[in-house]
Design a protein around this ligand. Structure first.
Ligand SMILES: Nc1ncnc2c1ncn2[C@@H]1O[C@H](COP(=O)(O)OP(=O)(O)OP(=O)(O)O)[C@@H](O)[C@H]1O
Length: 208
């Protein structure tokens, strides 16, 4: 499982994260909520292996996170990593292929349907609304059934129905054993976490 060991991060000597020790548990829902600029995205990027800590380590099953470990992680950042010049279906097939999903075409179709995008599957993503793009980004992050799903504001920009359906997939993913770690406003009522976290002075703390 994914673990942080003494993770600190500073930008130009300005500390953002301080000595974070944290291990995710399978099938657990984490919600991280903290003020703007407190380091939430920085933490998520480090957990995903997209940024290096200044000190400390990110571990996958006890060993430093490497490209093989990263295959077990799905990520949705604030700028959804989907390609505007490809169709929704092409995007999903591309990522399914990159992650080594066995039948990429079938997986892409299944996830398009789950995302409620089957009619838009052949439309270029640059013509999608923000909500459609967000649903596609979550489908992209789940297509290889990761053990850990890291999300930055996954419900933002969605209408009520979209929020409920994404929250529903997250719960479904959790029920299959995936640990879901989401940066989200703590007022989001569609998704109930098991553990609420915040960042205080760069430290990750559990909110009682
Ligand atoms: N690449 C970078 N170079 C320099 N400073 C950075 C960089 N990335 C983030 N920071 C700074 O680190 C601090 C934490 O940023 P981060 O984006 O992680 O916060 P956040 O909690 O996600 O904020 P928000 O809620 O606004 O998204 C901010 O002061 C930001 O300016």
């Amino acid at each position: 499982m994914l673990a942080l060991e003494g993770v600190s991060k500073a930008f130009d000597l300005r500390p953002v994260l301080e000595e974070i020790d944290f291990t995710l548990a399978p099938g657990c829902r984490y919600l991280l909520s903290a003020p703007n600029g407190s380091g939430k995205t920085t933490l998520l990027r480090i957990m995903a292996g997209l940024s290096r800590p200044t000190r400390g380590r990110v571990l996958w099953n006890g060993a430093p996170l490497d490209p093989r470990g990263r295959r077990h992680i799905g990520v949705v950042l604030q700028q959804p990593m989907v390609y505007g010049d490809l169709t929704g279906e092409e995007n999903l097939r591309l990522f399914a292929g990159l992650y080594g999903v066995r039948d990429a075409r079938q997986a892409a179709r299944r996830w398009l349907e789950r995302a409620g995008l089957e009619d838009a599957g052949r439309t270029l993503v640059r013509h999608y609304s923000k909500g459609m793009r967000q649903r596609l980004a979550v489908a992209r992050a789940l297509i290889h059934e990761p053990a850990v799903l890291l999300l930055d504001e996954p419900l933002d920009g969605l209408d009520l129905e979209g929020r409920r359906s994404v929250a529903g997939w997250l719960d479904e993913t959790v029920s299959r054993g995936t640990a879901v770690f989401a940066v989200m406003h703590d007022t989001a009522s569609e998704w109930r976490p098991d553990v609420r976290l915040t960042l205080r002075w760069g430290r990750l703390v559990v909110v009682a």
